[in-house]
Write a protein of this length. Structure first.
Length: 94
């Protein structure tokens, strides 16, 4: 994919994620219905699992917040080690 095309997609993804984050915040503040919140979660899951690269996010206590399927595949991790709350140290030991 040409760099220009890649940048266009990155920019669009950034805008879409920004919109999704605002919707997520509104949902947390009770301004969105449960149905809208569930749809937002589905979109987030689809976006994560359609990324070409592995992605993981850990909290300040080094516990997994979220990861995508590509991350799990890259490191050949069992599903049990890719659940939210899994300590980073357990993943590294595997």
């Amino acid at each position: 994919m040409p760099i220009e095309e890649s940048n266009k997609h990155s920019s669009r993804l950034s805008v879409d994620l920004s919109h999704s984050l605002r919707a997520f915040e509104a949902a947390q503040n009770g301004k969105r219905s449960k149905k809208e919140f569930e749809q937002l979660n589905r979109w987030f899951e689809i976006a994560l699992n359609n990324m070409g690269r592995g992605l993981s996010m850990f909290d300040a206590d080094q516990r997994l917040i979220v990861c995508n399927k590509r991350y799990r595949d890259i490191f050949s991790l069992p599903e049990s080690l890719t659940q939210p709350g899994t300590p980073f140290a357990e993943i590294v030991r595997y």
